[in-house]
Design a protein. Structure first.
Length: 318
């Protein structure tokens, strides 16, 4: 039997939890507005509205003929979705630096890649940062494998032709458009930072490709190389941009829209009748103010004052 005291404890606990949640939200909002208000780089018209960009509504006519208000974040998600590709997938083989892996995942997402196949290394340089790599993969479909052989079998089973990046004399330049034709389903493999793609992956590859280097360095940073390789592949095959089956696009739309939903959104209706995508993903000019945290801003100001004082001191002694 529930005693009155137990009921009071339960009510007090619930009230404390709700108070903490609301207090944290209010504090975060205040902190963001304070940072923007103190930062001269922020346009004045958006200094008091953290969600001005994502919550900006636009009128859109859905296929049913109705005109509805669509938050910008939903239209942006639809725009990104229309540009996603499954014709080209990225393979990261045995990268043991999780910060590099995070950067590569971010680059792949920005380039419109949806599927990334990751062969886990024998160890990570800093396993404490696994959470960082997971956060970078929020909008990607990640396939993880313990061995290269498992990854190869999965790629071939999914119908992908494997191209491996390689600096050997057998590799073909990605700038040689006459010698390369991007297949209907392509898996491009980026190797480990230290020694590149494994022999097993090279043996399974239909082609070995490379980016010409014109300096003294022998290779590029993994993230830089990944971005340049993907950009060159899309240049060779512009029709790969947005190449995705309607079924997979519908599935991703449902997942993304529900994840981004806020109170008051008619999410299910937007999933059934998605809004028109934007023609340009860039933000409007009046929403492009750069900003920095107040701690970093104070450190920069202190350093600038120190440098100015040092310069004036040197001029005075001269």
């Amino acid at each position: 039997m529930l005693r009155p005291r137990d009921g009071l404890v339960a009510v007090a606990t619930l009230a404390a939890v709700l108070l903490w949640q609301n207090g944290a939200r209010v504090y975060a909002t205040w902190q963001g507005r304070r940072t923007r208000a103190l930062n001269p780089l922020i346009p004045a018209q958006i200094a008091d509205d953290d969600d001005a960009i994502d919550e900006e509504l636009s009128r859109d006519t859905v296929p049913s003929g109705d005109t509805v208000a669509v938050p910008r974040r939903i239209r942006k998600a639809e725009t990104v979705l229309q540009r996603r590709t499954t014709r080209i997938v990225l393979v990261i083989e045995s990268s043991c630096d999780l910060f590099n892996q995070q950067a590569v995942l971010r680059t792949a997402e920005c380039m419109g890649i949806q599927h990334v196949y990751i062969v886990e290394p024998a160890f990570y340089k800093d396993p404490g940062h696994r959470r960082i790599a997971r956060q970078a993969a929020d909008w990607l479909t990640i396939h993880r494998f313990k061995t290269t052989e498992e990854c190869i079998r999965a790629l071939l089973s999914d119908g992908y032709e494997i191209w491996a990046t390689d600096l050997s004399q057998e590799a073909i330049s990605l700038e040689d458009a006459d010698s390369l034709e991007v297949p209907e389903r392509l898996a491009i493999v980026m190797g480990r930072e230290t020694d590149g793609v494994s022999q097993a992956m090279l043996a399974a590859a239909a082609r070995r490709v490379y980016l010409p280097i014109h300096g003294f360095a022998d290779s590029l940073n993994l993230n830089v190389a990944t971005g340049m390789v993907l950009q060159q592949l899309f240049a060779l095959c512009p029709e790969a941009r947005g190449a995705m089956t309607p079924a997979e696009r519908d599935e991703l739309r449902a997942v993304w829209f529900r994840r981004m939903a806020k109170r008051g959104d008619d999410t299910e209706a937007l999933i059934r009748c998605p809004p028109r995508p934007y023609g340009d993903l860039r933000r409007p000019d009046d929403h492009r103010g750069a900003w920095m945290g107040h701690k970093l801003r104070r450190r920069l100001e202190a350093k600038e004052k120190e440098l100015k004082a040092r310069d004036f001191g040197g001029q005075g002694s001269a």
